[in-house]
Design a protein around this ligand. Structure first.
Ligand code: C2E
Ligand code: CA
Ligand code: CA
Ligand code: CA
Length: 277
C-alpha cells in the first residue's frame, strides 16, 4: 500500500510537471503572437430586435503555426496571469481604431466594442493611452464602446469613476460585460457613469420558453431600465430566445442566431462596403 501511495505521488508530480510545462510553452509561444503576426481580430455584429446591425464586438483570435487556432478562453487567462494582457488589449484597440479611421464615413451609428481586461483598465496610463490612440488615428470616441467586467472593482471607486468620466468626455461608451456573473452591488453600479449592461450568455441559454423567459434576464432588463442603461443580450441562438426578448424591444441582440464572429476584413466587406449596403 505504501508503494502504491508513493506511485501515486510520483504520477501526480509528473502530471503537474507536464501541465506546468505546457503552460510554460504556451506562454512562451504567446510572447511571439504579436511580433509573429499570429493574431487576428474578428468582429461579431450586434443587432436591434429586427436584425438591423447597430454595432459589433471585437474578439481576439490566435492562429499559432503549430498549435492551430487557440481559443481566447485559453490564452486570455494565461495573458492575465502573465501580466501581458494589456499588450493584447492594446493591439486589438489599435486594429479597431484603424478600422474606424478607414471606414468612418460608412459606420453611421455603428459602434465597435473592445474587451478591456481589469488589470489593463487599472493601469495609470489607461486613459492617456486611449487618448493618444484617438489622436494618432484622428478619430473621435463616439464609435467606441469599452467592455469592462465587474472585476473592475479591484480598484478604488473614486479612481474608477474618474477614469469612466474621462472616457465619457471622449465620447466613449462603457459596457459592463458578463453582467450578473460577477460580484457587484447595486449601489456601486449606480455610482458608475456607464451606458450599457451586457447580459451573459449563461442566462440567455437558460431562456427556454418564449412566454416566461428567464427571471434573471427580466430582472436585469428591469434594472437597466431603472438606471437608464442599454442592454445587450449575449449568445442569442434560437428563435425562441429572440421571441422572448421582444418583450424588451430596445435591447441589442448578439449571437449566432443573427451572426457569428467574422474576420474583421470580411465583416467590413459585408457591413461597411457601400456596394453591399
Ligand atoms: P465575451 O466577452 O463574453 O465574448 C462573447 C463570447 O461568446 C465570444 O467567445 C463569442 O464568440 C461567443 N459567442 C457569441 N455569440 C454566441 C452564441 O450565440 N453562442 C455561443 N455558444 N457563443 C457565442 P470568444 O470569442 O471565444 O471569446 C471568449 C472570451 O475571451 C470573451 O468572452 C472575452 O472575455 C475574452 N476575449 C476575447 N477577445 C478579447 C480581447 O481582445 N481582450 C480581452 N481582455 N478579452 C478578450
Ligand atoms: Ca465581451
Ligand atoms: Ca467577457
Ligand atoms: Ca460572456
Amino acid at each position: 500500500a505504501k508503494q502504491e501511495k508513493m506511485g501515486d505521488i510520483v504520477f501526480f508530480n509528473e502530471r503537474m510537471g507536464r501541465e506546468a510545462m505546457e503552460q510554460f510553452q504556451l506562454s512562451q509561444a504567446l510572447r511571439n503572437a504579436i511580433p509573429g503576426h499570429e493574431l487576428i481580430v474578428y468582429l461579431q455584429s450586434q443587432h436591434d430586435i429586427h436584425g438591423q446591425v447597430v454595432g459589433a464586438e471585437a474578439l481576439l483570435r490566435w492562429q499559432h503555426p503549430k498549435l492551430g487556432m487557440v481559443s481566447p478562453a485559453d490564452f486570455i487567462p494565461l495573458a492575465e496571469a502573465e501580466g501581458t494582457i494589456s499588450e493584447l488589449d492594446r493591439w486589438v484597440l489599435e486594429q479597431v481604431m484603424a478600422i474606424t479611421r478607414a471606414h468612418q464615413k460608412n459606420l453611421g451609428l455603428i459602434r465597435l466594442a473592445v474587451n478591456i481586461s481589469p488589470s489593463h483598465f487599472a493601469r495609470d496610463d489607461f486613459v492617456s493611452h486611449i487618448m493618444s490612440g484617438l489622436r494618432k488615428h484622428r478619430i473621435g470616441g463616439h464609435h467606441l464602446v469599452l467592455e469592462l467586467t465587474e472585476n473592475l472593482m479591484i480598484q478604488e471607486i473614486t479612481t474608477v469613476v474618474s477614469k469612466l468620466r474621462a472616457l465619457a468626455g471622449l465620447g466613449i461608451e462603457v459596457s459592463i460585460d458578463d453582467f450578473g456573473t460577477g460580484y457587484s452591488s447595486l449601489s456601486y453600479l449606480q455610482q458608475l457613469p456607464i451606458q450599457e449592461l451586457k447580459i451573459d450568455r449563461s442566462f440567455t441559454q437558460a431562456i427556454s420558453c418564449p412566454q416566461t423567459g428567464h427571471p434573471i434576464v427580466s430582472m436585469i432588463h428591469n434594472m437597466a431600465a431603472a438606471l437608464d442603461l442599454r442592454t445587450v443580450v449575449e449568445g442569442v441562438e434560437t428563435a425562441e430566445q429572440l421571441s422572448y426578448l421582444k418583450h424588451y424591444p430596445n435591447t441589442v441582440i448578439q449571437g449566432y442566431y443573427f451572426s457569428k464572429p467574422l474576420p474583421a476584413d470580411q465583416w467590413v466587406e459585408d457591413n461597411l462596403n457601400p456596394q453591399n449596403l
